[in-house]
Design a protein around this ligand. Structure first.
Ligand code: ADP
Ligand code: MG
Length: 727
């Protein structure tokens, strides 16, 4: 029988890409055609309801059921006009992917079958979702959670060959009102940030009534041929290779980064980009990444809630479209040991309804005081709550990446670039003069900030949180993550910081201090207090780990411990005070994340056992037997020990590695059984990390040695060179 590997290799070499054509010559002509956007709302709704819907989108106003009925009818006409037969509430449960439950518009009635979509069905749906993770919040007898419409993210049509579905972005909550998804807490954090930022904006510009966070998400991913993927049980079941020796060529030549995109990949990219553009996802950039077979795409930034919905949708879309091209998209943070992993850089800033980016330095000193206010408050927030931010990016898969000498370390620090560092140092050491006239006061208090900062972006890629000219870039987020988790936390901690800032400034003003001087005084204090989080050097170096320890910064390397920050007194106080999570929700979430952590390790451990026992060991034994035959034959011919030494030494080597693979796999199984009996979720997660996962490297090391010795034609798993370099 031919091995799956042999078949896969053959199939991968004879792929023909499907033909890909854009729906129109210009992107602008088909961008957003599958989105029920403002323009279509206007066409399909009465003026009055349209205006109400717009204020629901922009200002968060509530919509009553009568209006919802009209909106639902409009959505239905539009969607059916485009061929949709079903609708679904689309949501983001804590499994990490997106979820849908489709219902048909079709309904029988006394006058014959009709197509219906009521306002009540638009506003709320029960997804019958008793098996989504809920961390004990929703007992099964309490029945189900429900989804509720989020008008701020427009409905869209998902197309597939077999049919079209109207998707309505929603939050997912339990009947008792607790959030069971990523979107609900994000919306709350955004509301808190909006309010806090608008309050602070009043010092500078009374016309500002709304502040939106903006987000541009760079998405890294790997591609692998579908047949090769299916021939690797580890990839197929865990998203990463648990075995595999690095190929002779890796990324050392750095010839892949920004290199020309292979034709087959390019065709796939264009195909999924077209689909994404139809869904209103403003994809802009595509390129190769550092590792072989690694790529990146990035859209133009958007309002944050939409940006996150779009990223979730994009991940889903990429996977679907990839199958048409016989590719599998790997979104795992570390599919291959020995080469770079994948991240999801989150470019974040705050933008007012007057169009001002609060993190962009301005022309005048007054503008710069405004910039400094938001800039320094962000730094201070991250300094105060770095552990919580670390928790928000923690996952079993991201553990492989953080601190792995190619991704930001697990130590949270901030990179500002030389110019802004100098500005902050200068303010810290300046004396704020009180007698200066209102007009030119700030020239003396604030150093000049160049309006266009040197682009630091590429000068320090080792920082987890870097300022890049007019935005911060959180680089520690994993490629498979839902950005809502870290963005909920980032916006929450900045909101909290801005509230505190305002209280301190107001206190000084009340004492008779001039406004600008009060602002500058608190800014100066914050610069001093948050200094330790700033780091400009090489984040990958051991020196930094040592220095960070001296500064008292945490370096929490694994997820179960990093997650503690979600339920610490400090975080609970902040998140409950801002109404983003209740205590119960925090504990539930903490539990779900821990459970998710050990369950994934459990699966990996099982796959390692299975692949070792049923693929690697048999292949090795088969090869060993052929060597034994060979040795016997040599002996029969009457050759001496010197001639026999070659097969015998290989047989010996194989036996040594085989023994370790077998013994360690058995020992790991024993440990797993023990750890499985632990009741406490956190202890169990730590048990899996320290007692089970600790075997992975040992088993792999010896299995990979075998891969290098055993006859290539009997090795069952596609090798790294085949996974990574086949075009
Ligand atoms: P790089 O690879 O140098 O980090 P990219 O151009 O690939 O840069 O990605 C930068 C991302 O940052 C893009 O999505 C871009 O739209 C986004 N971005 C630019 N300005 C802002 C802003 N003010 N707020 C949020 N994101 C922004
Ligand atoms: Mg970037």
């Amino acid at each position: 029988m031919k091995s799956l590997r042999t078949i896969a290799l053959k199939e991968a070499q004879s792929r023909i890409s499907p033909e890909v054509k854009a729906p129109a010559a210009k992107i602008s002509e088909f961008f957003g055609v599958n989105v029920f956007d403002k323009k279509k709302m206007k066409d399909f709704l009465s003026k009055e309801v349209y205006e109400k819907l717009v204020s629901a989108i922009d200002q968060g106003e509530l919509i009553n059921l009568t209006d919802a009925n009209q909106i639902a009818a409009a959505m239905k006409s539009w969607a059916m006009g485009k061929g949709a037969t079903h609708y679904t509430h689309w949501f983001q449960p804590l499994t990490g992917t997106t979820a849908e439950k489709h219902d048909s518009f079709f309904e029988p009635s006394s006058e014959g079958p009709i197509e219906k979509f009521a306002g009540s069905a638009l506003v709320q749906q029960e997804p019958d979702a008793s098996s989504f993770p809920n961390g004990g919040i929703r007992n099964t007898f309490e029945a189900r959670g429900y989804t509720a419409w989020d008008p701020s993210s427009p409905a869209f049509i998902m197309e597939s060959k077999a049919g079209k579905t109207l998707c309505i972005p929603t939050v997912f909550v339990s009947y008792t009102g607790e959030a069971l998804d990523y979107k609900a807490p994000l919306l709350k954090a955004l509301a808190a940030m909006d309010k806090a930022a608008v309050d602070v904006c009043q010092y500078f510009d009374k016309s500002i009534t709304k502040v939106n966070a903006s987000l541009g998400i760079e998405q890294e991913y790997f591609l692998v041929d579908l047949s090769m993927y299916n021939a690797r049980p580890d990839l197929a079941l865990t998203g990463r290779t648990l075995f595999g020796h690095m190929s002779a060529k890796g990324q050392q030549l750095e010839d892949h980064y920004f290199g020309s995109i292979p034709e087959r990949v390019f065709t796939f990219m264009v195909d999924f980009e077209n689909e994404a553009l139809k869904l209103g996802i403003p994809l802009k950039t595509r390129h190769n990444e550092v590792a072989p077979s690694q790529f990146e795409c990035a859209p133009i930034y958007e309002e944050i809630n939409l940006a996150i919905d779009h990223n979730q949708l994009l991940m889903d879309l990429m996977e679907k479209v990839a199958l048409r091209h016989n590719f599998k998209v790997l979104l795992h943070e570390k599919p291959y040991a020995g080469i770079n992993g994948s991240g999801k850089h989150n470019n974040w800033s705050m933008i007012t309804d007057t169009g001002k980016n609060l993190l962009a330095p301005g022309k005048t000193p007054k503008n710069n005081l405004m910039f400094l206010t938001f800039f320094v408050n962000t730094i201070k927030a991250v300094h105060e709550h770095s552990d919580l931010l670390r928790a928000s990016i923690a996952s079993v898969s991201n553990d492989h990446r953080l601190g792995a000498n190619e991704a930001p370390p697990a130590i949270i620090s901030i990179f500002l670039g030389q110019q802004l560092n100098e500005v902050l140092d200068e303010i810290e050491h300046s004396r704020i003069s009180k007698k200066i006239k209102e007009d030119n006061a700030l020239w003396l208090g604030i150093p000049k900030i160049p309006q266009i900062l040197l682009d630091n972006t590429d000068r320090n890629r080792t920082s987890p949180f870097a300022f890049t000219g007019n935005k911060f870039e959180l680089r520690a987020v994993g490629s498979s993550a839902n950005s809502a988790a870290p963005m909920t936390i980032l916006n929450a901690i900045v909101a909290d910081q801005l509230v505190k800032f305002k209280a301190e400034v107001d206190k000084l003003i009340k004492k008779g201090e001039k406004k600008d001087i009060a602002l500058l005084t608190v800014i100066k204090k914050y610069i001093k207090e948050s200094k330790d989080i700033r780091f400009e050097g090489n984040g990958y170096s051991q020196e930094w780990a040592d220095e960070a320890e001296k500064r008292g910064l945490s370096n929490i390397k694994t997820t179960p411990k990093a997650l503690d920050a979600y339920v610490s007194e400090k975080s609970t106080d902040l998140l409950t005070r801002l109404n983003i999570y209740s205590k119960r929700e925090l504990h539930a979430r903490h539990d779900i994340l821990l459970e998710n952590y050990y369950k994934k390790l459990q699966i990996e451990a099982r796959v390692i056992g299975e692949v070792a026992n049923s693929m690697i060991i048999p292949a090795t034994v088969a090869y060993q037997n052929s060597l034994i035959e060979n040795a016997k034959g040599l002996k029969e011919l009457g050759l001496d020990d010197a001639a026999l030494s070659t097969p015998v030494s290989i047989i010996n080597k194989l036996s040594q590695h085989l023994a370790i693979v077998k013994n360690s796999t058995d020992a790991m199984l024993e440990q797993r059984k023990k750890v499985n009996t632990i009741e406490d979720t956190r202890e169990k997660a730590i048990g899996y990390d320290e007692k089970v996962k600790s075997y992975f490297d040992e088993i792999r090391y010896h299995a990979d040695k075998l891969e290098q010795i055993v006859d290539d034609s009997v090795w069952p798993l596609p090798k790294f060179r085949e996974l990574l370099f086949m075009k």
